[in-house]
Design a protein around this ligand. Sequence first.
Ligand code: TTP
Ligand code: MG
Length: 387
Amino acid sequence: MRQIIHLDMDAFYAAIEQRDHPEYKGQPVIVGGLPNSRGVVSTCSYEARVFGVHSAMPLREAARRCPHGIFLPVRMSRYQEVSAALMKILRDYTPLVEPLSCDEAFLDVTGSERLFGPAEKIARLIVERIEKELGLSASVGIAPNKFLAKVASDLQKPKGFVRVKAGEERSFLAPLPITKLWGVGPKTAARLKQMGLQTIGDLQKRSEEELRRKIGESGEQLHRLALGIDNRPVLPEEEVKSVGHEITLPADTDNRDYLEVVLLGLCEQVARRLRRQGLVGRVITLKIRDTDFQTITRRTTLYQPTAFEEVIYQTAHRLAEENQWGKKPVRLIGVTVSGLQQSDTGQAPLFIEQEQKDLRRLHQTLDRIKDRFGEKAIMRGRLLIKK
Ligand code: TTP
Ligand code: MG
């Protein structure tokens, strides 16, 4: 039986600010920028969440909900330092550490139990060290697989400590809403609701055959997840840490159409480099520098790693829109994909729908043609029209 720990830091950026500035302890800290600036909340302390503030909310809205909040700029390099220290602690207990983002990781501690004791004890040791050495708190889930561990770590945040024992998978999941299932977005959720399904328990009672019939190929995966079955291995991070590309525009511009074309082009290049190296990535980061040299970086973590420009573009574009890009003329745009892993490890991605299979075939063909005839041989209709 495998023993997987999922660890996620509590209110990561905000907690670091509170630690670095003890006078902010117990206060509603909102990280992202000044209350009246454009842009969105990166995260906020639990004291601020009481007022309905959350990640990705426009700062102005956060200021309306929490006027007495302490608004702070993002100090990315500081958070990255702490993140590196965190991952170093985790690697003391197993080499099998798979970071999902700067503040969360999976650990496979199956082989570590002889050295350090049972998984639960290892988790306690880690949480204690994080508190002592980093002055921060974390939530953990311990379970026989990744999916259950991730759900578990989120259940009792902050300072959560939830263990799912073998044999308890189904009863643990049954009362939870179907949106907790990995990969169930708003669309699938709506379809499942139409079928009268609210909780994972409701889903457990339906047959795999029925789910497959009603929601397609991913029905099978959903059925497995609902029963708490997930065989994906914990994959330590690849040597290549990220694949990214940025471009300084020939002239600063606020032309949205033009910016979208540039962004799409960047995503295509990044996606192609990923595919060439046999990698897929889960964390998409967008960087925008405006004409006044103000730079924002925003990132988001996908449920499922990708090497498809459609997914990368969609995500980067959403981040850009959330940050009202183009309000001031843009000088530079960058896109980076990190949280990389090998795409051919035999690990079946959670939701391979026919669509994705077709896409993959299309990309392989396009890449082959580009390799033979050069970059310009095939261009997206969009790029072609705008040029
Ligand atoms: P999360 O783990 O999602 O959030 P959190 O650690 O702040 O709070 P929680 O206790 O709920 O885990 O993300 C980790 C960090 O990533 C977060 O501190 C800030 C950053 N982040 C963004 O910059 N933008 C976002 O939209 C999100 C969700 C996170
Ligand atoms: Mg967190």
